[in-house]
Structure formats: structure tokens, C-alpha cells
Write a protein that binds this ligand. Structure first.
Ligand SMILES: Cc1cc2nc3c(=O)[nH]c(=O)nc-3n(C[C@H](O)[C@H](O)[C@H](O)COP(=O)(O)O)c2cc1C
Length: 154
């Protein structure tokens, strides 16, 4: 075992494979989305999930001040969506989405979508953990997931 530093910590964490999600919300009719792989299930009863946001994110204020979000789990064919929402100024123009009744966008053709209400925000280190109650879900059994491993899509 080696003493942890930021380089070997990052590299070690990159050996944990994750799916890729886009969290999305709407503020005053403007849509916001961000690529996230810190998504995790938290509780079955009540149904809770979590993700964390870098305190340096330019979208932190938006997600801190919104109540409702969607979490869109990307399929293998949606790498371009992950790339798009990993930019500071993503573009919704080539994204196939629909607006829910509360105005929250959900991305179409995802492997799954979760409609959530943010319940708690906890600052730990340089990230803020968002705990979300899930109230609607949708999934597709036929699609394959987009996987991120070793800092690359597989
Ligand atoms: C595969 C992947 C996973 C990411 N996961 C997270 C995450 O869990 N939390 C986070 O804050 N940023 C994450 N990011 C970074 C953001 O997507 C990206 O840096 C950000 O959207 C840039 O703009 P911002 O400063 O407006 O947030 C991830 C990026 C990639 C490519």
C-alpha cells in the first residue's frame, strides 16, 4: 500500500467502473444539465439516490436552488450527450428531450430516467452531496449502458 496523494487517489478511483448520468433542471424556462458519475442508490424505503457536485462547478448555484431535477442514465449510444453536458456551456439543440409537467427536462432514449425532489445538501470536502427523493421512474430493458472506467468510456 502507498500513502495516498491526489494523483494516486484519482487513479485508484478511476478503477471503479460507473455508469454515466446527466442531471437536469429548469430555471425560468432555461434548461441546465450536467454530466455526473457520482450517482448512487441510497435507500429503498423511502426511495433515495445521491450524487455529488464539485463546489467549483459553475452550475452549483442552479442545482443548489432548484427543488426538482431529472437524473438521466445514458445508454451506450449516448456518449455524445455525456460529452455535451461535461462542457461549461452545453447545448440542448441536438438533444432529444421532453419537458415534464413541472418543466423539468428528461432526455429521451436513455436506459433509465428518474424524476426527483432534492431533499438534503451536505458539504463534505470539496463536494456537496445531494440527496434526492425519487417519485417517478422509467427504464428500458433493451438498451446497454454507457460505462466509464479508467477515465475513459468503454
Ligand atoms: C465522466 C464524467 C463524470 C463526471 N462526474 C461529475 C460529478 O459526479 N460531479 C461533478 O461535479 N462533476 C462531474 N463531472 C464534471 C462535469 O460534468 C463538468 O466538469 C462540468 O459540467 C463543467 O462545467 P461546470 O463548471 O459548469 O459544472 C464529470 C465529468 C465527466 C466527463
Amino acid at each position: 500500500m502507498k500513502k495516498v496523494n491526489s494523483q494516486n487517489f484519482k487513479k485508484t478511483l478511476s478503477k471503479f467502473s460507473t455508469g454515466i448520468t446527466v442531471i437536469a433542471t429548469n430555471k425560468n424556462s432555461e434548461l441546465f444539465g450536467k454530466t455526473i458519475n457520482s450517482f448512487s442508490s441510497l435507500s429503498l424505503s423511502p426511495p433515495l439516490v445521491l450524487f455529488s457536485l464539485d463546489v467549483k462547478s459553475s452550475k452549483l448555484k442552479i442545482f443548489r436552488n432548484t427543488k426538482y431535477i431529472s437524473i438521466n442514465v445514458l445508454s451506450k449510444k449516448q456518449k455524445f450527450i455525456s460529452d455535451n453536458f461535461a462542457q461549461k456551456k452545453p447545448d440542448w439543440k441536438d438533444i432529444d428531450y421532453q419537458l415534464l409537467r413541472n418543466g423539468i427536462p428528461i432526455i429521451k432514449n436513455c436506459i433509465s430516467n428518474l424524476e426527483c425532489k432534492i431533499q438534503d445538501k451536505i458539504k463534505k470536502g470539496d463536494h456537496i452531496i445531494f440527496i434526492c427523493k425519487v417519485f417517478k421512474v422509467k427504464f428500458n430493458d433493451k438498451l446497454k449502458p454507457l460505462i466509464y472506467f479508467n477515465s475513459k468510456y468503454t
